[in-house]
Structure formats: structure tokens, C-alpha cells
Design a protein around this ligand. Structure first.
Ligand code: ASP
Length: 430
């Protein structure tokens, strides 16, 4: 098998759209056995799957792929051509994805996990240079894109803010973009104006990734959020089709929820509750897009009402930098997702997410720190997933995804088994 057993089985379950229980039944094995096959090779409980099971699973997956091929329009060619924006290998919006292409990207992200977990190294992007152009505040997006590029063997040049860039001298987006394209091989751009990253992208033929364009979109965040939801659901034995997702907070200016709602709507029969303070509701054009796909979408100003029975709570920060303090006074601040409300409204297997940063200051009413030791809080598993997903984005846009598997070498140093002191038992293991 060219990929690890874990990657192979996860991929099979995703392609067949089966929970662990149903998949175990489908291939005629005990759930417990399947669980041990799904562990990483280094873990104590890991067991090798018998050869005959692997052949059987391969056959089922191939049959399913054949059926799909005949029942739908056949997809072919490299993934980067199928998700291209105006014929260019750029990632500007989640609108570029179908359910098939997003799941193909996640198969590549799964292959990146041994690198992200510091077990393997790869140099497939050796010699390539990334330009990280961030004209708005950022910590995780900028660093994780940079780290993802470096972990594939490339190097990174950064510029942050307007003050230290030539834009402060009146340079146009076109000129900046064209100049940078002569220096680097790919760019990640964050800018405060909606649509500005698309403008950068029009001025160049090198890969451009939208790292957040004002209140517009944040496609890589939505991709890692969806990857996290699917990974968590796989551990919990749930399917995304039919799930209840509560999006909470500033849904008007929060670009992560704009991208996420559109991306999730590629799945089937979801229920969304959109919980926001008055005046910060999700824009209509995004709701309309998701509702044409037949999902149930309910809007409410009551946190309790919106969270009741949710499978996923996705909390967000009020984007204070996007409107004046006077406007803010009109908003009820009572939107804190904390342990009491999660316990009261949701079951033991809800997952609590947030794109971060959260405002942890007293009275901020953002996601509470009292869930920090609660395994339902998935925020750091979510940030960790930013690396393999962003590596997959680069590998696809640069056309090297098929080289990764054979490029892997063992790391020479030994990283800690748990990277955070509070990591729960399954963090990074399952
Ligand atoms: N980091 C996310 C973003 O850049 C969320 C936030 O800032 O609230 O959109």
C-alpha cells in the first residue's frame, strides 16, 4: 500500500460516505478491530489490517467510483484545473469547489498528516518561494501558510501591514501584484477590501491564495473547518449529511462563516441555525445560495434557541475593526458560548469550534475559556489541521501532489508526542 493504512481507510469511508459503525458492518469486521486499524502506525494499540480486507475495501471503493462515473459527468484532469479560477491556478473563493473536488483535496491533506505531525519531511517544493502579503492583522493564517510552504521544502518572504509596503506610497494593486510575481512563485494575500485579492489575482499568472479579503471570504479557513468537522465526525461515528450546524456571532462581517456556510452547503440535508446579535445577521446573498441547495436555514437572535440539539457550534468574534464603536453600542453583547449553555443545549458529542482569535478579555462575550479542558472543544485540533490543509492547497496549486508520497523521509529530530499541555487523549492520534 503506497499510503498509510489510516489514510487508506479514512479515504474509503469518506468516499463511501459511511460512518465507522456502518463501514465496519459493510466489510464484515468488528468496530473495535476497525478502530485499531485506524490508529497511526506509531501508536501502541495499532494493528495491521489483513491483506484480504485491504483488497476487499479497494474493490468496494473502485466499484463505487465506477458507479459514480457512469451516473454523473465524469471528472478528469488534475485537480488544479478542475478548481481553477478563470483558468488560473488560484484559490479565491470556496465557490470553486464541488463536493468531489473538496474531498479530493482532503485526501491529499490526509497524506500530509505525517509531515504536519513531524514524523516525516518532504522537499517537493524545494527552490520555490512564497510571498506572504498581509495588509491586515494575522497570526495563524500568515504563519500557518508560511509553515505549510516550508514543510514542503519551499521558503517564505513576508510583508505585513500597509505602513511598511509601497502601497503607503500610493502604489496600485496591479503594480504590487505584478512586481511580486517576478520575485516569488506563489502569493497568499490578505487585504481589508472585499474583492481586492481577486484584483491581485487578475494581475498575475502565478498561484494566488485568498488569505481573507475584508468581510468577503476566507476559503482556506473554511476548508480546514470542513476538514476538522469531517475528521471529528469520523471519530464520533457521525455523518455530515443531515447534521445540525449552529453558526454564532458576527455573521455579517465574519468572512470565515461566509465561506463555511457556502462550503457546507455542498453536503446534503443540513440544518443551519444562524445565531447573531441584531444588525450582524448573515448577508442574504449567502443565505440564498445555501437555501437553493435544499437545506433548512433558521435565523435567530437567541443563543439558547440556536444551539439546541446542534452537532457543531461554530462561534465567532465580533469583527470590531469593520465598523465604528457607535454602531457597536446597538448590539446586545450576550453571545458567549460557555460550558453552562453547551451543557444545557447540546449532547456530549457536540463539537465546539472557532476560527480564532477569540477575545479572552473580561466582558468580551466571545467563546469562554471555561471549556478549555472539555474534549468537545475542538479549536486547537482545528488550528492544527490548518497545516495539512494548507500544504494540500499549495501542493495542488503548484501541481506536485502526486510527488509527495514518494518524497517522504523520516524526521531526524524527536518532537513531543502531545504538542500542547492540555491536548486531550485523541488529539492528533485519531
Ligand atoms: N482569523 C479569522 C479571520 O481572519 C477570524 C477573525 O479574525 O475573527 O477572518
Amino acid at each position: 500500500m503506497s499510503v498509510s493504512q489510516q489514510v487508506f481507510l479514512r479515504d474509503a469511508m469518506r468516499r463511501l460516505n459511511l460512518t465507522r459503525d456502518v463501514f465496519a458492518g459493510r466489510i464484515g469486521v468488528k468496530r473495535r478491530a476497525l478502530d485499531t486499524w485506524l490508529l497511526p502506525e506509531g501508536s501502541q494499540e495499532f494493528r495491521a489490517m489483513p491483506e484480504v480486507v485491504m483488497r476487499f475495501v479497494t474493490e468496494i471503493v473502485e466499484n463505487e467510483a465506477l458507479l459514480r462515473k457512469y451516473s454523473q459527468t465524469a471528472q478528469s484532469g488534475p485537480l488544479r484545473d478542475r478548481i481553477a479560477a478563470d483558468g488560473k491556478h488560484q484559490l479565491l473563493s470556496v465557490d470553486q469547489f464541488s463536493r468531489e473536488s473538496v474531498e479530493e483535496l482532503f485526501r491529499i491533506a490526509d497524506q500530509m498528516q505525517p509531515i504536519a505531525r513531524r514524523q516525516k519531511v518532504s522537499r517537493v517544493l524545494e527552490g520555490a518561494v512564497l510571498g506572504n502579503l498581509f495588509f491586515e492583522a494575522s497570526t495563524r493564517t500568515r504563519v500557518s501558510f508560511g509553515a505549510a510552504f516550508c514543510r514542503l521544502g519551499g521558503s517564505v518572504c513576508d510583508t505585513t501591514g500597509f505602513t511598511f509596503s509601497s502601497m503607503a506610497k500610493g502604489e496600485s494593486i496591479y503594480d504590487t501584484s505584478r512586481v511580486m510575481s517576478g520575485y516569488v512563485d506563489a502569493m497568499v494575500i490578505r487585504h481589508p477590501d472585499q474583492g481586492s485579492v481577486a484584483e491581485f489575482a487578475r494581475a498575475t499568472n502565478i498561484p494566488v491564495v485568498n488569505g481573507g479579503d475584508g468581510p468577503g471570504e476566507h476559503p482556506s479557513q473554511a476548508l480546514l473547518d470542513l476538514y476538522t468537522i469531517l475528521t471529528e465526525f469520523s471519530r464520533l461515528g457521525k455523518l455530515l449529511d443531515g447534521a445540525h450546524i449552529a453558526l454564532v456571532g458576527d455573521l455579517k462581517y465574519g468572512r470565515t462563516v461566509h465561506s463555511l456556510l457556502k462550503l457546507l452547503s455542498l453536503y446534503r440535508g443540513l440544518k443551519f441555525t444562524l445565531v447573531s446579535p441584531r444588525g450582524l445577521e448573515m448577508p442574504d446573498y449567502i443565505i440564498e445560495k445555501a437555501s437553493t441547495r435544499g437545506h433548512v436555514i433558521e435565523q435567530t437572535h437567541s443563543l439558547e434557541e440556536g444551539l439546541r440539539g446542534a452537532d457543531v457550534i461554530y462561534a465567532t468574534r465580533v469583527q470590531k475593526e469593520r465598523f465604528s464603536p457607535e454602531e457597536l453600542e446597538n448590539f446586545s453583547p450576550d453571545f458567549q458560548v460557555n460550558k453552562a449553555i453547551v451543557d444545557a443545549c447540546c449532547g456530549p458529542d457536540v463539537i465546539v469550534m472557532h476560527p480564532l482569535p477569540r477575545d479572552s478579555r473580561e466582558g468580551a462575550h466571545d467563546l469562554s475559556v471555561d471549556l478549555n479542558h472539555d474534549p468537545r472543544l475542538a479549536i486547537f485540533r482545528q488550528t492544527d489541521n490548518g497545516i495539512p490543509v494548507r500544504m494540500a492547497i499549495f501542493a495542488v496549486l503548484m501541481g506536485v501532489e502526486s510527488l509527495v508520497q514518494h518524497s517522504l523521509r523520516d524526521v531526524t529530530w524527536s518532537p513531543p508526542s502531545h504538542i500542547g499541555p492540555d491536548d486531550s487523549i485523541f488529539h492528533g492520534v485519531d
